[in-house]
Design a protein around this ligand. Structure first.
Ligand SMILES: [Zn+2]
Ligand SMILES: [Zn+2]
Length: 113
């Protein structure tokens, strides 16, 4: 899939109706459209990286992933400080909902089905 057809690239690069919770030159954060917990945010790199498998071993991507985690942590700290459990995770291929690297940031409790 090309970057231009990627929904997350569109959110990151083009003004859309998606409300951004955070943005800087490396990442953007927004709410998951299908939240599964009290707070459920996604942090994505602006650069189109399909999956964790495409991350390079090196300072640049290490810094990027660390930054994504820090952004997620501070958003949950700010919005869900009362939640007793914060969880963070990447999908591992082949379990990718969208082929653009994204960090799920959840503040429990989970929303019951
Ligand atoms: Zn993308
Ligand atoms: Zn996902």
């Amino acid at each position: 899939m090309s970057a231009s057809a990627c929904i997350f690239c569109q959110i990151a690069r083009i003004p859309t109706t998606t409300r951004l919770l955070y943005q800087d030159e490396l990442v953007v954060a927004f709410q998951d459209i299908n939240p599964s917990a009290f707070r459920h945010y996604l942090v994505i790199p602006i650069e189109h990286i399909p999956t964790v498998k495409n991350l390079q071993r090196g300072q640049q991507h290490y810094t990027l992933v660390t930054h994504m985690l820090n952004v997620g942590k501070s958003l949950l700290q700010q919005d869900a400080a009362q939640s007793n459990e914060h969880r963070f995770g990447f999908h591992q291929p082949p379990f990718n909902s969208v082929d653009h690297l994204h960090l799920h940031c959840l503040a429990l409790p989970f929303i019951p089905w």
